[in-house]
Design a protein around this ligand. Structure first.
Ligand code: F6R
Length: 634
């Protein structure tokens, strides 16, 4: 039977000539995951051996593959009785009962729902004593080898290009062992552990050699945050600094991607370098910005020679002159810049991103968590309010998962000092102080944590001169689970969003539109909102509503995708930072950067400054900072 995930060797065609790992990219992670699950199911069913040795990964990448395998088991009788599984890794030190352990992950996502015999499941133990580690790792390795090696290994990839927990510096010959985690990996795991300080600093992982010995390897990557590491792994040279590049030497590996994760491959990112292009407006803009950076010149200084020497003859052939093309590009970017995000009343809007009328708009901002609104568009909200628009903010989730126990305890203790007889609070205090491993927060504790975040949001709204009536806490049900795992979104979530949109009938909607991790709260919130917009499409007020997407606290939109850029002065940046700082419950979540540990509030200001510099570099005016938006057409 033809394996649907395999065809053509990498680098076979002109456009794939830089690629050294076979890869397939799909419209969505869900669609791709189904095919991966189908391949695994097929191999299990057709295994001629008595047993099928299956290597498994954790993390958000394989979740949909496991969902599909469970579905195939429950609906099509796929049996796992002949499967012996080996997981890649486990944190160290961690007990298997802890909700963040990979033991827990594997059981809730897969093992609890299929018929694999318990004694055929192998996951590295994360709670060994230091004397046991060496022997244990040796025996894990030996067990895999004695069964004839892995028939199939499923992998994800970390932003450090780790596979398993083989961080940069891992040797090609490495085997199962105890390793230290990279700072980037620790910061990626911080959200699951409620702060970077609580993430275990070590892990037990299969080695590169263990993985490379598998007969078939499938590696998954979803979302724009993986795009650069994917390109580096597929197109870069083999190096210990990016351990996933060792996969280039494996004879039977496929990288399975969604559209966003494939964005940085040469044939997608800079297609003019490998093929003849259809010069759409977006591609033209992208190429000119790329050229400008490459030759280190602002747009209006680019010459015919710059274009031809850098593979862009095809682009200038479509235009009367390089001069005209440069002017067109300059104007395209310049007209995205506006200090009037709700439109400038009584001025022509021919060259402005938003319409002038109505002069007072209803602007509805959807913020996935409390504080996302300020991080992504605090300066813009300030301008909208100041310029007389009716601004509404809808917090899609309660954000309770982002409040640490210690922080909640601080509030409880304050109230208990005022009135020590409050039984309910005493119970909450006991719950926190006596928390057992793996026991999730009670509903009351979650509700206290949600109230903390609500009060922070109300405080920042007050300082923005927004009435509390304009602030909506939607508490979408998909988020309201006792553990860090979220539910699938349902019609109930969509109903809540649609009801609010119908009530407010906005002229503008601002929302988080980052297509990074498909399992992130931001992405789920956007999927729900876009489904509501689709559902309400025929309502007349919606046809007059423009939708603006901000990207989130980690990245700016690429310059060619920006449709509105709202500049900020130094004092506006300071004001925004001080509003973010009011969200005290979030201040213990330090995030790692190249310069050391910085808080997300200063990272946000840095992002605003960075994009302002990029605008300035292309030849636009010099601003202290800029917030950027992309228009969504529906
Ligand atoms: C997990 C593992 C890691 C992850 C990688 C990507 O068992 O070994 O290598 O695959 O960190 O994580 P996600 O999928 O969460 O982006």
């Amino acid at each position: 039977m033809k394996n649907e995930l395999q065809y053509d060797s990498p680098g076979k065609f002109q456009e794939t000539r830089f690629e050294k790992i076979h890869n397939l990219s799909y419209y969505s992670a869900t669609e791709a995951s189904k095919l991966v699950a189908k391949e695994i199911a097929h191999l299990i069913k057709t295994s001629t051996d008595q047993k099928f040795i299956l290597g498994l990964a954790t993390g958000s990448s394989p979740i949909d593959v496991y969902k599909e395998l469970v579905w195939l088991h429950q609906n099509e009788g796929l049996s796992f009785k002949n499967v012996i599984s080996f997981n890649l890794d486990e944190y160290f030190l961690i007990s298997p009962k802890e909700v963040q352990s990979y033991h827990h992950f594997m059981h809730i996502h897969l093992f609890d729902h299929i018929d694999i015999p318990k004694d055929q499941i192998n996951i590295p133990r994360g709670n060994l004593s230091s004397e046991e580690i060496r022997e244990y790792c040796k025996s894990y390795e030996h067990k895999i080898a004695s069964l004839g090696g892995l028939d199939y290994q499923l992998l994800g990839i970390g932003r450090t290009a780790h596979i398993g927990f083989n961080e940069p510096g891992s040797h090609r010959n490495s085997v199962t062992r105890l390793v230290s985690l990279d700072q980037v990996t620790l910061s990626d795991a911080a959200k699951d552990f409620n702060g970077i300080d609580r993430v275990p600093k070590k892990a037990i992982t299969m080695g590169i050699a263990t993985i490379m010995n598998a007969k078939r390897i499938v590696i998954l990557a979803w979302g724009s945050h993986k795009a650069s590491v994917v390109a580096r792994t597929i197109e870069g040279s083999i190096t210990e600094v990016a351990p996933a590049t060792f996969l280039q030497e494996h004879p039977n590996v496929t990288f399975v991607l969604d559209k966003e994760a494939s964005f940085d491959l040469t044939r997608i990112n800079t297609p003019w370098l490998v093929m003849d292009c259809d010069w759409t407006e977006e591609l033209t803009k992208k190429a000119i910005i790329w050229l400008s950076k490459k030759v280190n010149k602002s747009i209006l200084k680019l010459t015919q020679r710059d274009y031809t020497e850098n593979g862009l003859s095809g682009l200038i052939n479509n235009h009367v002159s390089v001069y005209d093309l440069n002017i067109w590009m300059f104007n395209q970017i310049q007209k995205t810049i506006t200090g009037w995000p709700g439109g400038k009343p009584n001025f022509s809007d021919d060259n402005r991103p938003e319409r002038a009328s109505p002069s007072s708009k209803r602007s509805l901002i959807f913020s996935p968590h409390p504080v996302d609104d300020l991080i992504s568009m605090g300066g813009t909200i300030y301008r909208l309010v100041e310029q007389g628009h009716q601004v509404y903010i809808a917090y899609q989730t309660s954000g309770s998962k982002g409040v640490s126990d210690d922080h909640a305890l601080r509030y409880i203790e304050v109230y208990l000092q005022i009135d020590s007889n409050q039984l309910h609070l005493k119970e909450l205090k006991d719950e926190i102080l006596n928390k057992k491993e793996g026991v999730p927060d009670s509903t009351s504790l979650r509700s206290l944590k949600a109230s903390i975040r609500r009060s922070e949001s109300l405080e920042s709204a007050r300082l923005l001169n927004l009435s509390s009536e304009n602030i909506h806490f939607l508490n979408l049900p998909f988020y309201e689970t006792a553990t860090s795992k979220k539910n699938n979104s349902t019609k109930e979530d969509q109903k809540i969003i649609s009801k609010l949109i119908k009530e407010i009938q906005p002229h503008q909607i601002f929302a988080a539109g980052d297509l990074a991790d498909p399992h992130s709260t931001q992405r789920i919130c956007w999927d729900i909102l876009s489904a509501s917009i689709k559902e309400l499409k025929s309502e007349s007020f919606l046809s007059a509503c423009w939708i603006w997407l901000f990207r989130g606290g980690f990245n700016n939109w690429d310059l060619q995708n920006i449709d509105m850029a709202v500049p900020m002065s130094p004092s506006q940046i300071n004001h925004k930072t001080s509003l973010i700082y009011l969200h005290h419950s979030q201040l213990d979540q330090l995030l790692f950067s190249e310069d050391g540990d910085i808080g997300f509030w200063s990272r946000t200001a840095n992002l605003n400054r960075l994009i302002a510099k990029e605008f300035n570099f292309l030849g636009m005016s010099e601003y202290e900072g800029i917030e950027v938006f992309r228009r969504f057409y529906f």
